[in-house]
Design a protein around this ligand. Structure first.
Ligand SMILES: Nc1ncnc2c1ncn2[C@@H]1O[C@H](COP(=O)(O)OP(=O)(O)OP(=O)(O)O)[C@@H](O)[C@H]1O
Ligand SMILES: Cc1ncsc1CCO
Ligand SMILES: [Mg+2]
Length: 262
């Protein structure tokens, strides 16, 4: 685990180009900014080339697209591949909505991500395995989460993050599990979107996507955990405000002190 990547990220302030969804765009922008990266968003295909050119990494969130936006998302993904910019895909609700799975599957035919980050329902869907997803949430299933993540990584030929109470990070062979976190993440819509964009920020400062992905998961989950433990009966409103503060101020040493992974 290369936790010092957090210091490098803060020094380098990499630009992360996000195709966000309209629900969580501000959380994504502010989460990246607080941590020490530089967010930029766009919905216009005419500027896709320039945007990719200035970005250190690109994150495609499939949370709420229209047909024209799918064209833009595909163009941005292809441009990122051509320019060898790290690419993260967040396949929101592909386990719950057949149309979304169809669009994501088509996208993955022409665009190759370095990292796919989703919850169990989303990753199981892209692995082709049985699971009962519930809307944007993970839902329920009987499968082993490590096997699901590894199957998805082998099928999609990229690093996969299956997030949840335990985050499973795998390249299909090597696997790391991050046990840090707090159930308060589930009370804030967009926690997963924030994580996906932060994975992009770490990919911008570390060429090995497996290293970048696991560090991003540990940093985000551990910071959330430290926020949750700072107050009794914390609610979702206070959590997101304090999470932004903590993304800005938490040090590598403070994360190291509570890091729980294997
Ligand atoms: N019950 C939990 N306990 C600890 N950490 C959790 C829990 N649930 C989620 N997390 C953490 O929340 C973050 C977001 O992951 P999650 O799997 O909830 O994403 P998501 O389902 O895509 O969320 P959203 O769709 O609301 O953006 C990760 O850092 C994960 O470790
Ligand atoms: C609630 C919701 N609906 C579409 S995207 C989104 C935010 C989680 O990604
Ligand atoms: Mg999500």
């Amino acid at each position: 685990m290369k936790l010092t990547l957090l210091d490098q990220l803060r020094e380098q302030n990499p630009i992360v180009f996000n195709i966000s969804n309209f629900v969580t765009v501000q959380d994504v922008a502010n989460g990246l900014n607080a941590l020490g990266a530089s967010p930029i968003m766009s919905e216009e295909v005419a500027e896709a080339g320039e945007m990719v050119g200035l970005a250190g990494a690109v994150c495609l969130n499939l949370g709420a697209f229209t047909v024209p936006q799918v064209k833009q998302i595909t163009a941005v993904g292809q441009l990122a591949n051509q320019a060898h910019k790290p690419l993260v895909i967040d396949p929101v609700a592909v386990g719950a909505v057949a149309y979304r799975k169809q669009v994501a599957t088509e996208l993955l035919r022409t665009v190759h991500p370095d990292v796919i980050r989703g919850n169990a329902g989303e990753i199981a869907a892209l692995a082709g395995l049985d699971w009962q997803a519930k809307g944007i949430d993970a839902g329920e299933g009987a499968g082993d989460l490590v096997t699901i993540a590894q199957t998805c990584a082998q099928k999609q030929r990229c690093v996969v993050i299956l997030s949840g109470p335990t985050d499973v990070i795998t390249d299909g062979t090597r696997t790391v599990q991050v046990e840090n976190g707090t159930p308060l993440f589930q009370t804030h819509v967009g926690s997963g979107d924030m994580l996906s964009s932060i994975v992009g920020a770490f990919c911008a400062v570390e060429d090995d996507a497996f290293e970048a992905a696991q560090t991003a998961c540990l940093v985000f989950a551990a910071i959330g955990q430290s926020v949750a433990s700072s107050q009794d009966r914390m609610g979702s409103g206070t959590f997101i405000v304090k999470l932004l503060d903590a993304l800005q101020f938490t040090t590598v040493a403070e994360i190291q002190a509570i890091a729980n992974y294997h």
